[in-house]
Design a protein around this ligand. Structure first.
Ligand SMILES: [Mg+2]
Length: 249
């Protein structure tokens, strides 16, 4: 690449989050950085695309835009409206998410979806998440994000592949390439009464632990490693095809 690479940054915690500022700061000297991120927090947005209402783009300065939608909206608009046709990103980095995207939680994740949307649109996508809660020190995750971004730019990713990168709290011992694990948590619905006497609800969950085994993302994090899970948008359970083949008629 004769020129500096173009780097698109998005997230699901919103443009004002600490994690996206840390990621931008960390990647700034690697390439030309452009940030297109949700105006407000969109955690849990998964891969949703806003179709039933209009979207507004707000330009903050030459390199920063907000969209009043999801990470998928941001990436779609970035690649087809905001940066196009002059700037084509060489990579899309999503995050750094405030909190883990391990196991089944990756399917709810707007952070992962941002990287997935980029991959679907032909730009290698990498999602970064810091496995922590309450206190946020992004120092180590920025170091990891830099290394993974540089390597992705240099080597590319297998066709149709995005990376879901989870970084443990504190010092990481190294990297493990993992498969998506299973969470063992159950939803907890808390019920409250608003100032006008009406009930409202908030969805949370209690963790019953996790299965940190078998080369999973959970195992890598549990042992103090960065977890890199290669993913794709193909939701097919390839192993099950033969199992239900006899449904064909
Ligand atoms: Mg989030």
């Amino acid at each position: 690449m004769g020129r500096k690479p173009n780097i698109l940054i998005t997230n699901d915690d919103g443009i004002h989050s600490e994690g996206i500022a840390a990621l931008e700061e960390g990647l700034r000297d690697i390439g030309e950085v452009y940030v297109v991120a949700p105006e407000t927090e969109m955690s849990g947005a998964s891969h949703s695309l806003t179709l039933a209402r209009p979207l507004r783009i707000r330009q903050i300065d030459e390199r920063h835009w907000t969209v009043d939608g999801t990470p998928t909206d941001c990436v779609t608009l970035a690649l087809n409206q905001i940066l196009a046709p002059d700037i084509r990103p060489d990579i899309c980095a999503s995050g750094i998410n405030h909190g883990a995207n391990l196991g089944d939680d990756a399917t709810y994740s707007g952070t992962v979806a941002g990287a997935m949307e980029a991959t679907i649109l032909g730009v290698p996508g990498v999602a970064f998440s810091l496995v922590a809660n309450r206190t946020w020190d992004f120092t180590e995750s920025v170091r990891v994000a830099r290394e993974v971004t540089i390597r992705t730019l240099a080597e590319g990713l297998p066709s149709g592949t995005l990376l879901n990168v989870n970084i443990p709290k504190g010092f990481a011992k190294g990297y493990r390439v993992t498969k998506q694990g299973f969470k063992t948590a159950r939803p907890v619905i808390s019920e409250h009464i608003d100032p006008r006497g009406k009930l409202y609800y908030w969805i949370g969950e209690v963790r019953d632990g996790f299965r940190a085994e078998g080369g999973t993302d959970f195992e890598a994090i549990d042992k103090g490693f960065v977890s890199i899970t290669p993913m794709r948008s193909d939701l097919t359970n390839h192993l099950a095809i033969e199992e239900i083949r006899n449904w064909e008629s």
